[in-house]
Design a protein around this ligand. Structure first.
Ligand SMILES: [Cu+2]
Length: 230
């Protein structure tokens, strides 16, 4: 039922009820000329009580009031729109791969203080590899000479050992030390004594070092040598 129609119906009924009530009053009081407003005030008067009793019937007419239609058609709550789709959190990009600390090159190998070989004194042209080691107990520690050479010309022995020279000292006078014009640092004192005669001579080397020697006649031709004592 439309609200307007409902209202009209209610009004009509109210008017009808009121009319009936007024009619009842008019019948009881004979005051048919009184207006509806007057009758309302009259209702409260005790004198009307009696009439009221007779008017009971009219009260029954209140029935229609009971007919007040229950307010129907309460519009349903309009559809509350569902919260619109909230966009899902956009994909947060994964943390990009953080490159590992770049390989820090290990501390470069710092060469250990290499065993710096003692500067090998090259005397009379005897390099380290030129020495013949005869330091063993069974070693032959003899230097033979002739022509313009000593053999071996570079000899290694142990401290305390002796070296024999074999040749003609008269032809090849032996001298201890660096030959004239040679450079280097020789160990001194040199146990090799000047020998100008004979064919054999032996000298003992008690102290490690380099002991050069030479032929006093042919040293310029390279007739020189060294005894290395270790
Ligand atoms: Cu000589």
């Amino acid at each position: 039922m439309a609200p307007h129609a409902l209202e009209m119906t209610m009004r009509t009924k109210i008017i009808l009820g009121t009319s009936l009530l007024l009619s009842a009053f008019a019948a009881g009081c004979g005051d048919s000329a009184s207006t509806a407003d007057a009758s309302v005030t009259d209702v409260g008067t005790p004198s009307d009580t009696g009439s009221a009793t007779t008017d009971t019937g009219a009260v029954t007419d209140a029935g229609p009031h009971a007919d007040n239609p229950v307010v129907t058609d309460v519009p349903a709550v309009t559809d509350v729109p569902v919260a619109t789709d909230v966009p899902a959190v956009t994909d947060v990009p994964a943390v990009t791969d953080v490159p590992a600390a770049t390989d820090v090159p290990a501390a470069t190998d710092v060469p250990a203080a290499t065993d710096v070989p003692a500067v090998f004194p090259v005397l009379h042209g005897c390099a380290a590899t030129d020495y013949v080691d005869q330091s063993a107990a069974a070693g032959v520690r003899t230097v033979s000479f002739g022509g313009v050479a000593y053999t071996p010309r570079c000899l290694t022995i142990a401290a305390g050992q002796s070296v024999s020279f074999s040749g003609s000292f008269a032809a090849h006078p032996l001298r201890g030390g660096l030959a004239p014009g040679q450079t280097g640092t020789a160990t001194t004192p040199n146990p090799i004594a000047n020998t100008d005669t004979g064919s054999t001579a032996a000298f003992t080397f008690a102290t490690p070092g380099f002991y050069p020697f030479y032929c006093n006649v042919h040293f310029a031709s390279g007739m020189t040598g060294v005894v290395q004592v270790r």
